[in-house]
Design a protein around this ligand. Structure first.
Ligand code: FES
Length: 353
């Protein structure tokens, strides 16, 4: 019996009877580390030079591709299409994605090739040590870092280090240039909607103008301005923008339950009030109305507004009440706006006064 076998638990006679002959095998031994094989680049300087050229070519190409992405950003029209058989996509976006993606891939592939073929190839064993480092250990770490820099060849292999620096520096360019897409600033566009004096309020679905008598106490209707149709004919995109900003809700509340904010005494008609439908948190359409409490809830993050109290926020992350649209009745008895909203609709933004 070997020394290792003598350490194994003894097999009882009862076990042998029950399971038959028990074969006790040797424990698997630690195979250790394979003998170190030098790489071709360790013994053949020409091979090392060849790999160096490969790596620096990858880094150099990465830099060129990154600069190319910046050129493509300006040169390719925003609405140009690339078609590949049944697939198609925006040419500008696809070119940016391909050039930047390939540049990052080449930097990664070059770094791997550099580490595998050129950096010092030593197998070392490091034992765990306490987390707290003594001054000597810190000095060791700094020395080890400097040794690592030296062994990586970063300072010695100028071709690689320069091409890598160029590739990494080039990557900063698109980051700066693409900031342009945050502009242009919207100017007054966020302040105004297409509501104006005398514009009729129409049902959002039927597009019929609404009379005060069409609404029962407790009823809430989604509505829109009557002047959207001409915009739709001119530009579908503008139509969507205008419709989204001008969306409103009309609600009828018993007049004795309304607490009218100062200055808005003539903004409602017999308990009929009109508010923006766009949540002042981050712009979801508010929707869930609770008749008995006059609360309306935004489904996105549960901001809750009290429509009987100037739509002020009673719960949730919204920071300000829903803007109110002043209402009047025209000569034919239909609800109309007295003016546009007196404040911007939707989420707060940095330029808001
Ligand atoms: S968008 Fe309405 S609560 Fe967040």
């Amino acid at each position: 019996m070997s020394e290792d076998q003598s350490k194994l638990p003894a097999v009882s006679e009862a076990d042998e009877k029950e399971h038959g002959a028990v074969v006790v095998s040797e424990p698997i031994r630690d195979p250790g580390i394979e003998p170190h094989e030098p790489r071709i680049t360790d013994i053949d300087p020409k091979a090392a030079d060849r790999v160096e050229r490969q790596v620096s070519t990858m880094f150099g190409l990465a830099a060129l591709l990154t600069v190319g992405s910046c050129v493509a950003y300006f040169a390719i029209p925003r609405d140009a299409e690339l078609v590949f058989g049944p697939l198609s996509g925006n040419a500008n976006n696809m070119t940016l994605g391909l050039t930047l993606g390939l540049a990052l891939f080449l930097i990664g592939a070059g770094a791997i090739q550099w580490a595998k073929k050129l950096m010092v190839d030593e197998e070392i064993v490091e034992y765990r040590h306490p987390a707290h480092a003594t001054p000597e250990q810190k000095a060791d770490i700094i020395e080890g870092y400097q040794q690592g820099v030296e062994e990586s060849g970063f300072t010695r292999r100028k071709l690689i280090s320069r091409s890598l620096i160029a590739a990494m520096a080039a990557l900063g360019l698109p980051t700066i240039i693409f900031l342009r897409d945050l502009g242009p600033l919207p100017g007054r566009k966020l302040y105004t909607t297409i509501w104006a004096k005398g514009i009729r309020v129409v049902n959002d679905v039927t597009l019929r103008p609404i009379k005060p008598s069409d609404l029962q106490v407790g009823q809430l209707v989604n509505a829109a301005p009557a002047n959207l149709a001409p915009i739709e004919e001119e530009s579908p995109v503008e139509y969507q923008n205008a419709k989204a900003k001008a969306a409103v809700i009309i609600v009828r509340i018993a007049p004795n339950e309304i607490r009218t904010p100062a200055g808005r005494e003539n903004w409602g008609i017999d308990g009929i009030l009109c508010y923006s439908k766009i949540c002042t948190h981050v712009g979801c359409p508010i929707s869930l109305y609770e008749q008995t409490t006059h609360h309306v809830l935004c489904p996105c993050h549960q901001s809750t507004f009290d429509l009987a109290d100037g739509a002020k926020v009673i719960f949730g992350p919204a920071a300000r009440p829903l803007p109110q649209l002043p209402l009047a009745v025209d000569a034919e008895g239909y609800l109309v706006a007295q003016s546009d909203f007196t404040e911007p609709v939707g989420p707060s933004f940095w330029e808001r006064g």
